[in-house]
Design a binder for this molecule. Structure first.
Ligand code: PMT
Length: 410
C-alpha cells in the first residue's frame, strides 16, 4: 500500500512524524509532501530520515530550473502511484484550496490529480474551525467523498480551548486503514506466535543455533496485532524490537520455548510457529568451558521436544500453523510435515531461493492445507506474507470442507 501524506503548516505538523511511523507499522509505504508553510514548523529532513524517500516540497525541481520533465509531471506520477492521500494536519487554508479546486502547490495539485481516496485531518484555532467559511469548505469536501477526521476539543497551541486540535494519530491511522481495506478482522483471536532461533548450550561460552533473524515471526506478530488480535510473541534471541502492543516473552532454548508455549496455549485461539527451533541439543551441556585438545571432539546430541506436534495433539478448536524451512523437494517435505505434525496449515519457504527465508526482508511462501489444496505467492515483503497467512487463520478453525469453500469464494 502506498500513501501520500500531505503536511500543511500548523503547530501540529510535528505530529505528522509519529503518523508516518504508525502508518509504516501497518506496512504502508509513505511519500511525504510538504507545503511551504509546513516547512516553517518541521524540516523535510525529519520525514526523509523516517521514510528513506525524498520529501516533495516544490512543484518544480529548483535545481533543474523547472526544465526537468520528470519533475514537471511528478504530481501526475505520484497521483497515479498512491492508494490514498491523507492530509494531516490540514490547515483552514489548504482545506479552502481543496474545496475550491485551487492548485497552486504540489499538495493541492496532487489532490486534484489523484483518483485515490482522500482523508483530511484538520487542525487549527477554534474560531477558524467554527468559521462559516471553513464549515462550508469541510462540507464541500465531505460531499465529494473526502473522509474528514474531525479535530478534537482541548487546549490549543494558540492558548484557547475548544475544537481544533489534530485528531489522535490512532484515529487518523484507523481512518486510513479503513479506507485501504486493512481489516481489524482478528479482534476475537488470541494468537501465540513464535519467532527467531533457539540456542542450545554446549558449555558456558558456546551454543548450537541457526540463522533465523526473527523477521518473519515479528512481522506476523505485528500484522496480527494491527488486525486487532491479542498477540503473545515468544521469541528466541534476536536483534529486533518487539512490535508495539504485543505481549513479549523472551526465551533462549527449545526447552524454554516449549514451556512458554505450553503456558500461553490454553488461552490462545491460534498458534503460529515461525521460530526456527533447534531439532537437536547436546545430551550433556558442560558447566565449564570445554578445553581445546588435539584430535576430534564428538558431541552427543539428542532430539528436542517437537513443540508444534505436541500442541497439535491437544489443539481443540485452535488453528495450528507451522512453517517448513526447506532446501529441496519443498512440496513433498511440507506435506509430510503437515501430516506428521498434524498442523492445519504449513507455510513452506525454500530457504535457498533469492529473497526468501533466513534474515531477508522478503519471503516466498507456499501454503499447504489439510484438504490437499495449496496457494503459492511470489516474493513479497515479510509483512505482506504475514498478512497472507493471517487471511487464512479464521478459516482454519472451520471444518475442512467449509474452510475450502470459504477459500474458493475469496
Ligand atoms: O527468522 P527469519 O530470519 O525471518 O527467517 C524465517 C524462517 C526461515 C525462520 C521462517 O520462515 C521459517 O521457515 N521458520 C521455521 C523454521 C524451521 O524450524 O522449520 P522446520 O522445517 O525445521 O520445522 C517445522 C516446524 O516445526 C516449524 O514450524 C518449527 O517451528 C516447528 N518445530 C521444529 C522443531 C521443534 N523441535 N519444534 C517445533 O515446533
Amino acid at each position: 500500500m502506498r500513501v501520500a501524506l500531505g503536511v500543511s503548516g500548523g503547530v501540529a505538523a510535528y505530529k505528522a512524524a509519529e503518523l508516518v511511523r504508525q502508518l509504516q507499522r501497518e506496512g504502508i509505504d509513505v511519500q511525504v509532501v510538504m507545503t511551504e508553510s509546513a516547512r516553517q514548523f518541521i524540516t523535510p529532513l525529519t520525514f526523509a530520515a523516517l521514510t528513506g524517500q525524498k520529501v516533495i516540497t516544490e512543484m518544480f525541481d529548483g535545481e533543474s530550473g523547472g526544465a526537468n520533465v520528470e519533475s514537471a509531471i511528478e504530481h501526475i506520477a505520484v497521483a497515479q502511484r498512491i492508494d490514498l492521500l491523507v492530509v494531516a494536519p490540514a490547515t483552514a487554508n489548504v482545506i479552502a484550496k481543496m474545496a475550491r479546486g485551487v492548485a497552486d502547490d504540489f499538495l493541492t495539485t496532487l489532490y486534484l490529480a489523484t483518483t485515490a481516496p482522500v482523508v483530511v485531518a484538520p487542525a487549527m484555532n477554534v474560531n477558524m474551525w467554527e468559521h462559516a467559511a471553513t464549515r462550508e469548505n469541510v462540507e464541500a469536501l465531505r460531499a465529494r467523498g473526502v473522509h474528514v477526521v474531525p479535530p478534537e476539543e482541548g487546549y490549543l497551541a494558540c492558548g484557547m480551548t475548544g475544537a481544533g486540535r489534530l485528531a489522535s494519530v490512532e484515529s487518523i491511522v484507523g481512518a486510513v486503514c479503513a479506507r485501504l481495506g486493512i481489516a481489524h478482522d482478528l479482534q476475537e483471536e488470541t494468537i501465540v506466535v513464535t519467532a527467531g532461533p533457539t540456542c542450545e548450550d554446549l558449555d558456558p561460552v558456546r551454543f548450537l543455533t541457526n540463522r533465523s533473524s526473527g523477521k518473519m515471526g515479528y512481522a506476523l506478530a505485528q500484522a496480527a496485532s494491527r488486525r486487532g488480535a491479542r498477540v503473545i510473541l515468544i521469541s528466541g534471541p534476536t536483534r529486533l524490537d518487539p512490535p508495539q502492543g504485543v505481549q513479549f516473552v523472551a526465551v533462549r532454548s527449545t526447552e524454554e520455548m516449549h514451556r512458554a508455549v505450553l503456558e500461553h496455549f490454553p488461552s490462545a485461539t491460534a498458534l503460529i510457529m515461525a521460530a526456527a527451533v533447534a531439532d537437536y541439543r547436546p545430551v550433556s551441556p558442560q558447566t565449564k568451558k570445554i578445553k581445546r585438545a588435539n584430535g576430534r571432539l564428538n558431541l552427543e546430541l539428542e532430539s528436542t521436544p517437537d513443540i508444534l506436534a505436541d500442541m497439535a495433539r491437544g489443539k481443540g478448536n485452535r488453528a495450528i500453523v507451522g512453517f517448513a524451512a526447506e532446501t529441496e523437494n519443498v512440496a513433498a517435505h511440507a506435506r509430510a510435515k503437515l501430516e506428521s505434525k498434524q498442523a492445519d496449515l504449513i507455510v513452506a519457504n525454500d530457504v535457498t531461493a533469492d529473497g526468501a527465508g533466513f534474515d531477508h526482508d522478503t519471503n516466498i511462501i507456499t501454503l499447504y492445507f489439510r484438504d490437499g489444496s495449496e496457494k503459492a505467492f511470489a516474493r513479497m515483503p515479510k509483512i505482506d506474507a504475514a498478512h497472507r497467512i493471517l487471511d487464512e487463520l479464521r478459516g482454519l478453525r472451520q471444518p475442512v470442507g467449509q474452510a475450502a469453500a470459504t477459500r474458493r469464494a475469496r
